[in-house]
Design a protein around this ligand. Structure first.
Ligand SMILES: [Zn+2]
Length: 285
């Protein structure tokens, strides 16, 4: 699943290319979108803005119409100059929004719908999102409150829960917990307030750093490919995708295990990140 910063960058790129321009062509493989287009054509509408909310991408058109898409695991938006060759097969195309000079193409996008703005504010999935890690008004205290509401949830699952904090994905989950020296399987109730603050602040810092223009990603994330949003294990991630390789800090073999309802892979250093339960920290008498 793309991380929030990938969606954020995609939204920004689309916004720069499309905002203020008129739609000259629209097509989609989603019958529900095509139906709206048939009734009230997208063609001729102005694209007001493209923005990210958590992992949702929102494209706002004149005439009170918003296109909401969610990438899930494999979806992505590309932007091309008109006439430029697509980097993906036409078979994977789900949505095209074109202006006189650009073509935005959504590939393999599984979730897409048109909404009027009043429905957006009522939209369940959006309304329940936790504070957006990349929002200008990010509320760390609220995130900590939401983490605390889930005392028996392992911390790695809490960080992936979009109702706790919106925009974090599986790669950063493992990396952030390594950076903070916290075992991903520790239940929230065993983590003290100072450490929770450090985890949330690190999440914010790492994602914000990765969306700044002209700034190289943190050393930690040189392996996080901006274009594909996939981690390259050969590059400098701390733990993600590095199972059995030596920890970059202590040399211990990095471990991997499936975690949570979705069985997402969690990577961690068993030495740098301590024990799973506080009992295990107490030495044998
Ligand atoms: Zn280590």
């Amino acid at each position: 699943m793309p991380e929030g910063d990938t969606i954020f960058r995609a939204a920004r790129t689309l916004h720069r290319a499309l905002a203020g321009k008129a739609v000259t062509h629209f097509e989609s493989m989603f019958p529900s979108l095509t139906r709206i287009h048939d009734d009230a054509p997208l063609t001729g509408r102005t694209i007001h803005s493209v923005s990210a909310k958590g992992k949702h991408l929102l494209m706002e058109f004149s005439g009170d119409l918003i296109l909401r898409t969610h990438m899930r695991m494999n979806g992505s938006w590309h932007i091309y100059r008109r006439g430029e060759r697509w980097q993906r097969s036409r078979r994977d195309m789900r949505i095209v929004v074109a202006t006189s000079d650009y073509e935005a193409v959504g590939f393999n996008i599984p979730v897409a719908e048109f909404l009027p703005s009043r429905e957006l504010t009522r939209h369940d999935e959006l309304r329940r999102l936790g504070p957006d890690v990349l929002s200008g008004t990010f509320d760390a205290a609220e995130v900590i409150r939401r983490i605390r509401e889930r005392p028996s949830m392992p911390i790695a699952d809490a960080l992936l829960n979009q109702r706790v904090i919106a925009g974090l994905g599986n790669v950063y989950k493992s990396e952030i917990l390594f950076m903070c020296g916290v075992n991903p399987f520790v239940e929230v109730r065993h983590i003290d307030g100072g450490k929770l603050q450090e985890i949330v602040a690190t999440a914010r810092r790492v994602l914000a750093t990765n969306v700044l223009d002209g700034v190289a990603p943190m050393t930690t994330y040189t392996g996080y490919r901006r274009t594909t949003g996939r981690a390259d294990p050969k590059q400098r991630l701390w733990v993600y995708s590095r199972a059995r390789l030596p920890c970059r800090r202590c040399g211990t073999a990095i471990r991997v295990r499936k975690q949570g309802l979705d069985a997402r892979l969690t990577y961690w250093c068993p030495r740098c990140q301590g024990a799973e339960s506080p009992e295990a920290l107490t030495p044998e008498p």
